[in-house]
Design a binder for this molecule. Structure first.
Ligand code: GLU
Length: 400
C-alpha cells in the first residue's frame, strides 16, 4: 500500500521555495551564494506596523480571532480597497488568511470542481498551477511572448474559453514578468469575461504598490464583471511583511462565506497579532506613506541598474519591467552550449549552472511556464545585485 495519497504525489513542489532552500543549503556550507530566487523585500516592516503588533500583545489579543479576521481589520481592508482601488466592499466580503497563497488555495477549492478548466496565462506564478490541479482543475495555459510584454490579448482569452471554463487566474503587476495590465487592457479582458457567465476571475494584486508607471488598475472595478471577480491581496510585498503571513480576498458574499467555511476547517483563523499589525498597514495611504514610497523608489533604482547590467550581457533578451521586483529575461540563446561538465539544454540547466558555477540563485523559467527564461528577483541591495550580475555575466561568457 502506498503511504502517500496520489494527490500529494502528483503535486509539484514550489520551485521558488526549492531554489531558495538550495541556496540556503550552500550558504550553510560556507559558500557565498547570492540569492535572487525568492521574491522577498529586504526592507524592515514599517515602525507603526511593528508598534501595532506590540500593542496587540500588551492588550492580550492572544485568543482565537473570528475565522475570517477581526472586524476592525476587515473594515480597514474595505477602507483600503475604497481609497486605493475605488472598490466598494463590505466586511462580510473579506476573508483574511495566512498569506495570499492560502487565500488563493481556499478560493480555488471553493470554486473549482474536478474537470473544470482553469485558464492561466503563462508565464504565471508557480503555485497557480499546482493549486488548480489540487482542486482537480484542468489547467489551460495561454502562451504569451516578450514582444507583447507577456500579456494576453482578449482574442486569446476568448479562444481559450470553453463551456468547462470556471476560472481565470492572473497577477498584475505580474510575478514573474513584472508587466502590468492597464485599465484599458483590463476593460477589454472584462468584456470577454462579461460574455461568459460561468467564468470567474482571480485577480492577484499583491504587487500593487510596486508599480513604476502609474496607477494600479483592478478588474473588479468594472461593474459588469465585479460579481465574478475575486481580488487577492496581502501585505507581504508592499509592506515588507512576508513573515507575518497575511493575505486576503475581497469577493462576492457567497464566495467569501465558502472560503470562511473552509478556513474554519483548516486554520480556524489567522494569527491575531499579525492581524492587528495589518490594521496599521491598511491605514497607511500609499500616496503619502514614506515607507511605501521609499521602498518603491528603491526598487525603481535597482530595476534601472539591473536592466542596464542585464542588457550588457550578450545573448540575454530583457524587457524593462513596469512593476513587482522581478526580471524574466530570455536566455535560450545559451541552450545547446556547455562548459566543462555542464550542458545547458533548458532553463533548469541554466539556473543550476548559475547556482553551482556563479553562486547566484535564480529560478528556472519552466517553473513559471516559460522555459526560454529565468527569473531574477532584485529585492536585494545594489551592491549584491551588482556582484550577482557580474558573476552571471562571467559564468555565461564561459559557455560555448
Ligand atoms: N511569491 C514569492 C515568489 O514568487 C515567494 C515565494 C513563493 O511563495 O513562491 O518568490
Amino acid at each position: 500500500m502506498e503511504v502517500l495519497s496520489k494527490r500529494i504525489c502528483s503535486m509539484g513542489e514550489s520551485e521558488t521555495l526549492a531554489m531558495t532552500a538550495k541556496a540556503r543549503e550552500l550558504q550553510a556550507q560556507g559558500i557565498d551564494v547570492i540569492s535572487l530566487s525568492i521574491g522577498e523585500p529586504d526592507f524592515n516592516t514599517p515602525e507603526e506596523v511593528k508598534l501595532a503588533a506590540k500593542d496587540a500583545i500588551d492588550k492580550n489579543f492572544t485568543h482565537y480571532p473570528p475565522v475570517p479576521g477581526y472586524a476592525d481589520l476587515r473594515e480597514a481592508i474595505c477602507t483600503k480597497l475604497k481609497r486605493d482601488n475605488g472598490l466598494d466592499y463590505k466586511p462580510e466580503q473579506i476573508v483574511v488568511s495566512t498569506g495570499a497563497k492560502q487565500s488563493i488555495y481556499q478560493l480555488v477549492q471553493c470554486l473549482v470542481d474536478p474537470g473544470d478548466e482553469v485558464i492561466i496565462p503563462a508565464p504565471y506564478w508557480v503555485s497557480y498551477r499546482e493549486i488548480a490541479r489540487a482542486a482537480g482543475g484542468e489547467c489551460v495555459f495561454i502562451t504569451t511572448n516578450p514582444e507583447n510584454d507577456f500579456k494576453i490579448t482578449p482574442q486569446q482569452l476568448e479562444a481559450a474559453i470553453t463551456p468547462r471554463t470556471k476560472l481565470i487566474m492572473f497577477s498584475s503587476p505580474s510575478n514573474p514578468t513584472g508587466m502590468l495590465y492597464t485599465h484599458d487592457e483590463l476593460r477589454a479582458i472584462a468584456d470577454v469575461v462579461a460574455r461568459h457567465e460561468r467564468v470567474y476571475v482571480m485577480a492577484d494584486e499583491i504587487y500593487e504598490h510596486i508599480n513604476f508607471v502609474g496607477s494600479h488598475a483592478s478588474i473588479a472595478s468594472f461593474a459588469d464583471v465585479k460579481e465574478r471577480v475575486i481580488t487577492v491581496n496581502g501585505v507581504a510585498k508592499g509592506f515588507a511583511m512576508t513573515g507575518w503571513r497575511i493575505g486576503y480576498i475581497a469577493a462576492p458574499t457567497v464566495i467569501a462565506k465558502a472560503c470562511n467555511k473552509l478556513q474554519g476547517q483548516v486554520t480556524s483563523a489567522t494569527c491575531s497579532i499579525a492581524q492587528k499589525a495589518t490594521v496599521a498597514a491598511m491605514l497607511m495611504d500609499p500616496t503619502t506613506s514614506r515607507d511605501i514610497i521609499d521602498m518603491r523608489e528603491t526598487f525603481r533604482r535597482r530595476r534601472d541598474m539591473v536592466y542596464d547590467l542585464l542588457r550588457a550581457i550578450p545573448g540575454v533578451d530583457v524587457r524593462l519591467p513596469q512593476g513587482a521586483f522581478y526580471f524574466f529575461p530570455r536566455v535560450d540563446s545559451y541552450y545547446g552550449k556547455h562548459y566543462g561538465d555542464y550542458h545547458i539544454n533548458n532553463s533548469t540547466d541554466l539556473s543550476m549552472y548559475l547556482l553551482m558555477e556563479a553562486h547566484v540563485a535564480t529560478v528556472m523559467g519552466s517553473a513559471f511556464g516559460d522555459d526560454r527564461c529565468i527569473r531574477l528577483s532584485y529585492a536585494t541591495s545594489e551592491e549584491l545585485l551588482r556582484e550577482a550580475l557580474r558573476r552571471i555575466s562571467e559564468a555565461l561568457s564561459k559557455l560555448s
